[in-house]
Ligand binder design. Structure first.
Ligand SMILES: Nc1nc2c(c(=O)[nH]1)N[C@H]1C(S)=C(S)[C@@H](COP(=O)(O)OP(=O)(O)OC[C@H]3O[C@@H](n4cnc5c(=O)[nH]c(N)nc54)[C@H](O)[C@@H]3O)O[C@H]1N2
Ligand SMILES: Nc1nc2c(c(=O)[nH]1)N[C@H]1C(S)=C(S)[C@@H](COP(=O)(O)OP(=O)(O)OC[C@H]3O[C@@H](n4cnc5c(=O)[nH]c(N)nc54)[C@H](O)[C@@H]3O)O[C@H]1N2
Ligand SMILES: [Mo]
Length: 764
């Protein structure tokens, strides 16, 4: 905690002057000269580099400044002038660094040399790349393939991702968990069953044609700020935006475009949400049922009166399956139950349903507020059902829009990073590369953690990320992690996962995407897939952070060559020297999706991977879009019987972080300055539990499974959220989350409804 803690409600809009000021501060801190501003001119432009922050769509006709406050922060973070050298490592024992804050570790700057942990001195020591690859290869060859995990964090390019997946499969496993296992895996399980597509159906243009937006559990002001532009335009056209979120997020209330001089000078704001429904954590399933119930009732009444109702009967008859069972389930639920579970009134849900019923084309947009729950998959499917009721898919302005996280997390899955062999064209791999790809299902994130805990996983290779900090069950996981035989982290900055390490541990520093990547003297470019399945080329513009960095493809090739027997059809050196050849390989593996890849990647706005559901072609078992009926509406069957003192903890991001990367200790929009150890508590619970504003409390997990989980030292902050919910920041709260507390069907950790109790400290 900094010495300057200040809690003060923030009156400004999202964007606006606050955004401009925050950005200036970070550019100064990272010692970025004025050329930083020139660099930013290339951000998210055709022929430029794709932002390393979020995956939000990049328009074909970009604005002059096509970046947001947080995208610029992410750029500054990567192109910082600060460096960590081997001198720093020589001077600090790893054990001592463990007490450093996440912020301080990454603030040291960019990693510059490959390092190996030395047991005798407990320090990281420089090694040559050749030595590093040789030892990693020898270690991997000595292990059973099933005991090694290849994690990917979601930032690596399509080219690096394809090579990484090939490395794992040639080595002999599908152990390719990625960050989407903690994120939108609920989407990837839900939507194929519903509409036969693992990704959303919406494109950026749909925001121009829609006339209603249903917005669930995503915080665009902090986590996808460029999305505020299409939302602002929609709102100005009079499009109703109905938001479901326990928190009143500023970006969903009002916005001033910091890149519009006129708006900045006149301090004009656009309201974003037309109706704001502060649903209880995990109450969305019941809320969506409420909307469906109101819609079905209106339709029944209209049809009795001989009129057409709001339900698109023709679409349902022609395109869907399972409507009757779903409608029966909806009719069977009483308003009492729906109100209790959602925390919303019948009147407010009926009002929202009436707005939806009037709209010709509706978008359903959502983020972690839906996916990171025990019933995450069911909730996404319920939202899809709501859209299907009015035929809101496969036409302009309508569809489902999961807002993805990392800048290429969706793309990684498109080119083979997945633990599920059925999602990969193995026959193609067999034919192209003449080997028998592993058929057995691999480990996802939660299963990898289980394997580390029970000792069956022995080696962990990470293509980016900060796994140990991102996963639940921090205390048990950190202890088990130290028993791993081999840990290899391909990274740009020092983080906690380098300090918590295995017996043999390497840090392999890589180039970032914004940097110029030359191989054999030729400048390389890479490609990325955004949230709307558009593929974009990206070319680095900044000087590399050091002469001894390698690109991710080069590092993957180095490990592969040292580990795998030679295969004359897989030339790792060619791939690492010319990324266009990897794109050819991707095209050969996925001809329908990536035909003419090298030429099309520079098309302004990207090229769109074909999504059959967006053309009303249903690649499902029934051949139709399915109404999937959930088993029940309980958000969390484990804490169902419910003691009122068990609260649901929402763990989320501040406006000053990118996942485990902490840029600073302020959360401007929520009025918090100088600390991340706050606990947002509803006014009702503050009164009921006799808490005081600013009091320090501890939190324990309320699950009764024999494991004690605790995080100490939160400042109570009374806040406008529904009773029964509390909020805190990720990753500080992760020690409170049991590993088994995940979405039942996708295994996404249920980070938005952790059962906790507040432990007040005795007053002295
Ligand atoms: N600057 C920045 N950008 C980012 C990231 C970052 O950390 N920083 N992370 C990236 C990644 S990997 C991801 S996945 C995305 C994450 O972006 P988001 O999906 O916005 O993730 P969170 O901040 O975790 O919070 C989600 C929102 O859900 C709400 N919420 C919580 N519980 C519920 C619930 O039960 N129901 C509803 N309806 N709402 C709920 C919270 O109040 C919050 O507004 O952003 C990406 N972009
Ligand atoms: N409680 C709770 N836990 C959560 C969440 C939550 O909402 N609540 N959200 C979950 C979600 S949605 C996600 S996506 C995960 C995120 O989990 P991860 O993706 O594993 O974590 P990040 O914090 O994004 O990883 C940051 C590190 O990536 C490395 N890095 C940055 N850029 C590059 C690069 O270009 N190349 C390479 N090789 N490395 C790079 C840096 O060393 C940096 O320290 O966390 C999950 N955990
Ligand atoms: Mo994510």
């Amino acid at each position: 905690m900094s010495d300057r803690v200040e809690i003060k409600p923030y009156d400004g809009p999202a964007g606006g002057w606050g955004s401009a000021k925050s950005l200036t501060e970070i550019l100064l801190r990272e010692q970025i000269p004025a050329s930083g501003a020139t660099l930013l001119m290339h951000q998210n432009k055709p022929d430029g580099y794709m932002c390393v922050s979020c995956a939000w769509a990049k328009p074909a006709k970009p604005a002059v400044f096509e970046y947001c406050e947080n995208g610029a922060k992410a750029t500054a973070w990567e192109v910082t002038r600060k460096r960590i050298t081997s001198d720093f490592f020589a001077a600090h024992r790893v054990r001592d660094l463990e007490s450093w804050r996440d912020y301080d570790l990454e603030e040291l700057g960019r990693l510059t040399e490959p390092m190996r942990w030395d047991q005798a001195s407990d320090t990281y020591r420089p090694v040559s790349w050749a030595e590093a690859f040789a030892e990693i290869g020898a270690e991997l060859r000595a292990l059973e393939p099933a005991s090694t995990v290849f994690y990917a964090s979601g930032r690596a390019s399509l080219e690096a991702s394809y090579m990484y997946a090939m490395l794992a499969r040639l080595y002999g496993n599908n152990n390719l968990p990625d960050s989407s296992n903690m994120c939108h895996e609920s989407t990837s399980v839900a939507l194929p069953e519903s509409i036969g597509s693992p990704v959303g159906t919406v494109q950026l243009e749909d925001f121009e044609h829609t006339d209603c937006i249903l917005f669930f559990g995503q915080n665009p002001g902090s986590n996808a700020p460029r999305m505020l532009h299409p939302l602002q335009d929609a709102s100005r056209r009079g499009v109703p935006i109905i938001t479901f979120n326990p928190f009143r997020e500023r970006g969903l209330e009002r916005f001033t475009n910091p890149q519009s001089p006129a708006e900045m000078l006149t301090r004009s704001e656009t309201r974003i949400s037309s109706q704001y429904l502060q649903v209880k954590a995990g109450g969305d399933l019941a809320a969506i049922y409420g909307l469906c119930k109101a819609l079905i009732a209106t339709d029944d009444a209209a049809r009795e009166a001989g009129r057409a109702g709001p339900i698109d009967q023709a679409f349902i008859a022609e395109h869907t399956h399972g409507f009757e069972a779903f409608a029966a389930s909806v009719r069977s639920k009483g308003w009492d139950e729906l109100e209790r579970r959602s925390g919303l009134s019948r009147a407010s849900l009926e009002q929202a349903a009436a707005t939806y019923a009037r709209a010709k084309a509706t978008l359903g947009v959502y983020g972690m507020g839906l996916t990171q729950h025990r019933m995450g998959v069911e909730t996404v499917q319920a939202l899809m059902n709501l859209l299907l009721l009015r035929g809101n898919i496969g036409r302009p302005g309508a569809g489902i829009c999961p807002v993805r996280g990392h800048s290429n997390v969706q793309g990684q899955r498109s080119v083979g990073i997945t633990e599920k062999p059925e999602l990969v064209p193995m026959d193609k791999l067999r034919a192209l590369y003449g080997f028998e790809p592993p058929a057995e299902k691999g480990l996802n994130t939660v299963e990898a953690c289980e394997g580390i805990l029970d000792g069956s996983v022995r080696a962990f290779v990470a293509l980016g990320g900060n796994f140990i900090r991102a996963v639940p069950e921090t205390t048990l996981m950190e202890a088990a992690w130290r028993r791993l035989r081999l840990t290899v982290q391909i990274s740009t900055k020092l983080n906690r996962n380098h300090l918590i390490h295995g017996e043999v541990s390497y840090i392999l520093p890589c180039l970032g995407r914004i940097e110029i990547d030359k191989q054999d003297g030729r400048r390389q470019s890479v490609a990325m897939e955004d949230s709307t399945a558009c593929i974009h080329g990206s070319r680095g513009y900044a000087e590399p952070a050091g002469p001894n960095l390698l690109s991710e493809p080069r590092i993957i090739a180095g490990i592969a060559k040292a580990t795998l027997p030679p295969n004359e059809r897989v030339d790792w050196d060619v791939w690492a020297s010319d990324y266009a050849s990897v794109r050819d390989a991707i095209e050969a593996t996925y001809p329908d999706q990536f035909h003419n890849f090298n030429a099309r990647m520079w098309k302004p706005g990207g090229f769109h991977r074909p999504i059959p559901a967006s053309k009303r072609e249903w690649k499902t078992q029934t051949g139709k879009a399915n109404f999937v009926t959930p088993r029940g509406l309980s958000a969390d069957p484990d804490t169902e019987q419910s003691d009122p003192d068990v609260l649901r903890l929402i763990t989320m991001r501040s406006n000053d972080q990118f996942n485990t990367t902490i840029y600073g200790y302020d959360d401007r929009f929520r009025g918090v300055k100088g600390t991340r150890m706050v606990l947002f508590v509803s006014h009702a619970d503050v009164a009921r539990l006799r808490l005081r504003d600013g009091q320090t409390v501890d939190l324990v997990c309320a699950a009764q499974d024999g494991v004690a989980r605790r995080v100490d030292g939160f400042l109570v902050l009374p806040f406008d959220i529904p009773a029964g919910c509390v909020g805190g920041y990720y990753p500080e709260c992760n020690p409170l989350i049991p590993l088994w507390h995940h979405a039942e069907r996708s295994k996404v950790p249920a980070a938005k409804s952790v059962p906790v109790r507040i432990v007040p400290r005795p007053t002295v």
